[in-house]
Design a protein around this ligand. Structure first.
Ligand SMILES: [Zn+2]
Length: 185
């Protein structure tokens, strides 16, 4: 079953709900307003309910939790930020072939955060090993960095299933939310 994108009351990204029942519960509790549905219904004994694809909070939510998804240098997020391009040699990589490289190696105290991780092809990752780019004689095409707010939705959209992307993107466009476009995309 497809997941539900939750936007904050200011249209910023807030969360992704894995279970449709959680999305419906928020709708019934009137905590969110549905903005788009999937072409799917779930049935109770007497009624049928469309499955929400995108919902928006009725009130602005301030939470630290919302950062979790994007502060962790998950492979999908790192690759999306770096345009699915190896940041050492420029080769195109995919979720399957690409790797994450800690610029300052973890064995040398490098942190496991977006600001220290870049997308790399496996040959470059193997070649670099636990050395800094300077020690390995390798040049970084861009410095690793955290995501800015506008990038988050764009990165998310590049890493979700196609039915989800289709439903979310058309809804965001309908509401005039323009997405930041990844460089080297
Ligand atoms: Zn490479």
């Amino acid at each position: 079953m497809n997941r539900c994108l939750v936007l904050n009351a200011n249209y910023e990204y807030l969360a992704v709900l894995d279970r449709w029942i959680d999305a419906l519960a928020l709708v019934f509790a009137q905590k969110v307003e549905p903005l788009a549905h999937y072409p799917l219904v779930v049935r109770s004994e007497k009624q049928a309910f469309p499955v929400p694809a995108v919902v928006m909070m009725r009130h602005l939510v301030h939470t630290r939790r919302r950062r979790a998804l994007f502060d962790v240098p998950a492979k999908a997020i790192v690759l999306a930020r770096d345009g699915f391009t190896c940041q050492y040699c420029g080769a195109r990589i995919t979720l399957r072939t690409g790797t994450r490289d800690h610029v300052q190696p973890r064995s040398r105290g490098g942190r496991d955060v977006l600001a220290n991780v870049v997308a790399a092809c496996s040959p470059c990752n193997l070649r670099k090993m636990d050395r800094t780019p300077a020690e390995a004689g390798m040049h970084l095409r861009s410095q690793p960095r955290p995501l800015v707010e506008e990038e988050k939705l764009a990165c998310l959209l590049r890493t979700v299933r196609s039915e989800e992307r289709t439903a979310w993107l058309s809804c965001l466009r309908r509401h005039g939310i323009t997405l930041w476009t990844a460089r080297a995309a």
